[in-house]
Ligand binder design. Structure first.
Ligand SMILES: Nc1nc2c(c(=O)[nH]1)N[C@H]1C(S)=C(S)[C@@H](COP(=O)(O)OP(=O)(O)OC[C@H]3O[C@@H](n4cnc5c(=O)[nH]c(N)nc54)[C@H](O)[C@@H]3O)O[C@H]1N2
Ligand SMILES: Nc1nc2c(c(=O)[nH]1)N[C@H]1C(S)=C(S)[C@@H](COP(=O)(O)OP(=O)(O)OC[C@H]3O[C@@H](n4cnc5c(=O)[nH]c(N)nc54)[C@H](O)[C@@H]3O)O[C@H]1N2
Ligand code: SF4
Ligand SMILES: [Mo]
Length: 882
């Protein structure tokens, strides 16, 4: 076996999912497949990978790939497609002006792709109408950082989290969304139990299992909480007066504002508040990690600044083991901010509104003009698509018909837009289906470039698989269009390294203009040095490499001082009403990624959460008449969804939670953003994705079903959700009208004819119907239906497919010797909840390691360890109550 140190750099890359930015080592098998492991030499993960990273090999297949350009649904050549794109953008600009066109891009583009997209539209097409899904993700942090620091900088590094004595997680489900960082934190805490953890989230999550203190605050009340903390810092004399005096402005106004803050808005008990304040004030080394519970709010920017205020007032910033820490979502969310992908930025942290910055960029790009004003932010951009101001739209690497708030309106606006281009790796997305021109991009493993993770570390993504079909890298597609528009000279890139060098050189100019983002030390990188580039934290200049920012008290404002801001707490931007009395919170599950275009390809990842669901408090469920595992209809003024009910006291009363992942590709009616109100933060323009008013009612289904099939199913009923399995597909089904002829229904569902042999069991008394279809004695599909949610052992039914038909086939149960493993907890080793609970019960296993040793669960990627811990805690809780 080769050791990591001997692994050629060509086989090292970076995971394409979250902003932790883990290094992977990929070994292609020569047949299009690949085996993967964590890179022990990468500073972000030191060899670890989470469940999503470990399952990457299951997502590189070509089954769902878009392999050739398409126009109006038919395959065409690149020349025809690119001519059409260039001609239409040129004609639209000529006729309606530059602001009639727009790009909507993504924090999952590589830096080189992103830089070129930004350069083309801002430098050459003459409009700043480029915005990105980072508007839905990091915009409030960007705005908050800029208000406080004069620049968008994350001061510290991952090591600070391990060196801290207190880690506060605000609106972050780190265990599921940044699992390897969570594992680093959990390991540090295990080694040093004095390291305390506080979670601040209206829900209890997998992450709060690690916490010494969990604050289940009222949704949206974070500003009140951190104002309260600051007030306490001041009243207890815990300020760093010297730091404030020399390096901070705005203290007095801020002090005034916090003195009037009403802490009751947080809904927290005096005891919890005191415990939190004592910990925070009494611990020097505090890292405050924050994520979407902070950013995705109509007061998101204020939430960010309320946190920064506390760190500035105590001088706890930029030093080992302390500082505010915004964790980024996407693999290149940070890189996108650096290249200026947001509508109000220029490349290299330069500002579009600054004439000197504009002139510098224009000169460097040799471009005709750079717009003087910011372009439209995401929500405004799709409004402009809807009302016809934008007539040509190019969506790259994002699925806004699913992920934008008010998603039905956004979908309809895209559908009605005169010209829509979509660059994606698959045609099977809700947005791609609306495109006039569909361009096949190369995906992870097939393209080369760089990404920047949450702690400013730039890592290479490397190509280790051939480009499939006619797919091309995004930077090349964009440059080809630029050339057709007459700017070939300025977009004459041979390879990503050319773009990277240009970008690094521009950052040197930005640094001379006083900006923090400086990678000029990489501007002369040779082709080979770029090929072999090891993970590198910026800045990289003649003056310095890596390190922390702001310990020296030097900020990037005109007076070099940081700014504290007086902030006035306000609730969510929408009111609850009698019609819409619940707050809908939305977010992520452990094993799925966004709109599931990649993770849904993996049977392993589809096991953990197989359906879209609604988390509801038991008292609310009781009051509403919701049944466990029944269905709920959720309505908001803008849309509706049908979701499986998950009753849980981890969510507060009056609140419900649903995942953001399911789309029209994977479920009947579960695009959760159809319900999300398009209310935005007034400073950042970031939508409030976590607090929309909704109504919840039981959905009275006349029948429920569960089906497993070797071939892709075509479900038609009120409720369905499909997922990949090791043998094919599974589908959960339900409807208000019971089909009259089950055999006919099943044949249509499975795409089968009369040729297949049909096996039926009916229990008329209980209204149960079970059907199996066999071809040459081999089971190819089965359907279990009844008037209640179907209680068959899913794993058993799925495993029977592709096997010879056996006598008790339609019992839906394994024999007594093979007990039902229950809902899958460990997706790597396929260990279910029942198996773990039984082992806890019968073998007296008392900790996660013991369970791991005995059952394997949690011994591979470790992502399920928080859930195993939760099962242990629940058991302990039950014992205490007995
Ligand atoms: N498995 C998985 N991991 C991912 C992703 C994925 O799709 N799947 N996506 C990546 C991306 S792009 C991102 S941006 C990150 C997001 O990572 P996170 O921000 O950790 O994830 P979310 O689930 O969106 O939201 C975090 C928490 O905010 C809480 N919250 C809601 N309202 C409030 C509030 O008012 N105050 C506070 N304090 N908390 C609140 C929610 O209950 C939720 O638990 O994850 C990244 N990692
Ligand atoms: N309700 C609610 N809505 C949310 C959120 C929430 O918490 N709640 N979170 C928001 C956040 S933080 C985010 S980041 C967004 C994410 O939302 P989206 O950006 O819409 O999510 P993805 O599914 O990741 O879309 C990426 C698309 O790019 C394609 N793709 C993958 N690789 C490549 C490539 O190399 N090139 C090209 N051209 N295409 C590629 C994929 O197939 C996929 O279609 O969702 C936001 N929406
Ligand atoms: S934590 Fe998981 S999803 Fe995130 S980069 Fe690492 S392996 Fe990928
Ligand atoms: Mo995100």
């Amino acid at each position: 076996m080769t050791t990591a140190a001997q692994t050629p750099s060509a086989l090292r890359s970076t995971c394409p999912y979250c902003g932790v930015g883990c290094g992977v080592i990929a070994e292609p098998d020569g047949d299009g497949g690949v085996s993967l492991r964590g890179d022990p030499d990468h500073p972000a993960n030191k060899g670890r990978l989470c469940s999503k990273g470990s399952a990457l090999a299951e997502t590189t297949g070509l089954g769902a790939r878009l392999l050739a350009p398409q126009m109006e649904g038919a395959e065409t050549s690149w020349d025809t497609a690119l001519d059409r794109v260039a001609d239409t953008f040129r004609d639209t600009i000529a006729e309606h002006g530059p602001d009639s066109v727009a790009f909507y891009v993504s924090g999952q583009l590589l830096t080189e792709d992103y830089y070129v997209a930004n350069k083309l539209i801002k430098g050459f097409m003459g409009t700043a109408n480029i915005d990105t899904n980072s508007r839905l993700c990091m915009a409030s942090t960007v705005a908050g950082h800029k208000r406080a620091f004069g620049t968008d900088t994350v001061p510290g590094s991952y090591e600070d989290i391990e060196e801290a004595d207190l880690v506060v997680l605000v609106g972050s489900n780190l265990a599921w969304c940044h699992p390897v960082l969570y594992q680093r934190l959990a390991a540090a805490k295990a080694e040093r139990p004095n390291l305390k953890v506080v979670t601040i989230d209206p829900r209890r999550t997998a992450t709060s299992g690690l916490a010494d203190l969990h604050l289940g605050l009222t949704p949206g009340s974070d500003v009140a909480l951190f104002n309260g903390l600051l007030e306490e810092v001041i009243s207890r004399g815990a300020l760093d007066a010297e730091f404030i005096g020399q390096h901070v402005s705005g203290f007095h106004e801020t002090r005034e504002a916090v003195s009037t803050t009403d802490l009751s808005a947080t809904g927290l008990s005096g005891e919890d508040l005191r415990a939190f304040f004592n910990l925070w004030i009494g611990t020097e080394k505090v890292v405050t990690i924050f994520s979407q519970g902070v950013n995705q709010s109509s007061s998101g920017t204020d939430k960010v600044n309320a946190i920064l205020n506390c760190h500035l007032a105590t001088g706890r910033i930029g030093k080992p083991g302390m500082g505010p820490f915004s964790v980024t979502g996407q693999p290149n969310a940070m890189g996108g901010r650096e290249v200026g992908g947001l509508a109000n930025m220029l490349a290299c942290h330069l500002d579009i509104e600054n004439a000197e910055h504009r002139a510098a960029v224009r000169g460097f790009w040799d471009s005709p003009a750079v717009p003087e004003t910011a372009g439209l932010k995401a929500v405004d951009m799709f409004d402009a698509v809807e009302d016809g101001r934008i007539k040509a739209l190019w969506v790259m690497c994002s699925n806004p018909a699913v992920s934008m708030p008010d998603a039905d309106r956004v979908r309809d606006a895209i559908a009605a837009c005169p010209f829509v281009v979509v660059s994606d790796i698959t045609a099977e997305t809700d947005t791609a289906r609306l495109a006039d021109v569909l361009l096949p991009a190369t995906g992870w493993g097939e393209k080369d470039g760089t990404v920047t993770n949450s702690d400013r570390t730039i890592s290479r993504q490397r190509k280790f698989l051939p480009a499939p079909g006619w797919a091309r890298p995004d930077w090349q597609i964009i440059s080809d269009v630029a050339a057709r528009l007459g700017w070939g000279a300025q977009f004459d890139y041979r390879a990503p390294v050319d773009i990277f060098r240009e970008y690094a050189a521009l950052s040197g100019i930005a640094a001379r203009l006083g900006r923090d983002f400086d990678i000029s030390g990489l501007a002369d990188l040779s082709d080979t040095a770029y090929r072999d580039l090891a993970p590198t934290r910026w800045p990289v200049s003649a003056a310095r490499t890596g390190g922390r920012f702001f310990a020296d008290g030097q900020f990037f404002t005109p007076d070099r001082k940081a700014r504290m801001l007086p902030l006035h707490p306000r609730g969510p931007g929408t009111e609850l009403s009698e019609d819409y009395p619940f707050r809908l919170n939305t977010g992520r599950v452990r094993d799925h990624w966004h709109t599931m275009t990649r993770t849904a390809l993996s049977p392993r990842l589809s096991r953990h959460m197989a359906e879209p669901y609604l988390e509801v408090h038991p008292e609310d469920a009781d009051r509403l008449g919701l049944q466990p595992a029944g269905l709920a209809q959720v309505d908001s003024p803008s849309g509706s969804a049908l979701l499986r009910v998950l009753i849980s006291d981890r969510i507060g009363k009056g609140q419900v939670f649903a995942p953001m992942h399911w789309s029209d590709e994977t479920a009947a009616r579960a695009r959760i953003d159809a319900l999300v109100a398009p209310v935005v933060d007034p400073v950042s323009g970031q939508p409030e994705s976590k607090a929309s008013p909704v109504r919840v009612t039981p959905f009275k289904a006349a029948w429920f079903g569960f089906a497993a099939t070797l071939d892709a199913p075509d479900p038609r009923c009120d409720y369905w959700a499909k997922g990949r399995t090791a043998t094919g597909w599974q589908v959960e089904l339900a409807g208000q009208t019971r089909p009259v002829d089950w055999a006919a229904y099943a044949r249509a569902l499975f795409g089968l004819t009369e040729a297949e042999e049909l096996l039926v069991i009916e229990d008329r008394a209980r209204n149960l119907t079970r059907l199996g279809f066999a071809r040459d004695g081999i089971l190819v599909a089965s359907l279990f239906t009844g008037p209640e949610p179907v209680a068959v052992q899913r794993a058993h039914v799925i495993a029977a497919l592709g096997e010879p038909v056996v006598p008790n086939l339609l019992s839906g149960r394994a024999s007594a010797a093979q007990p039902d493993p229950g809902a899958i907890v460990c997706s790597c080793l396929n260990v279910g909840m029942n198996t773990i609970l039984t082992a806890i019960e019968t073998e007296g296993l008392a900790d996660v390691n013991a369970i791991s040793d005995r059952l394997g669960a949690g011994s591979s990627c470790g992502s399920c360890r928080p859930e195993i811990q939760a099962l242990l805690d629940a058991r302990r809780h039950d014992l205490a109550a007995e």
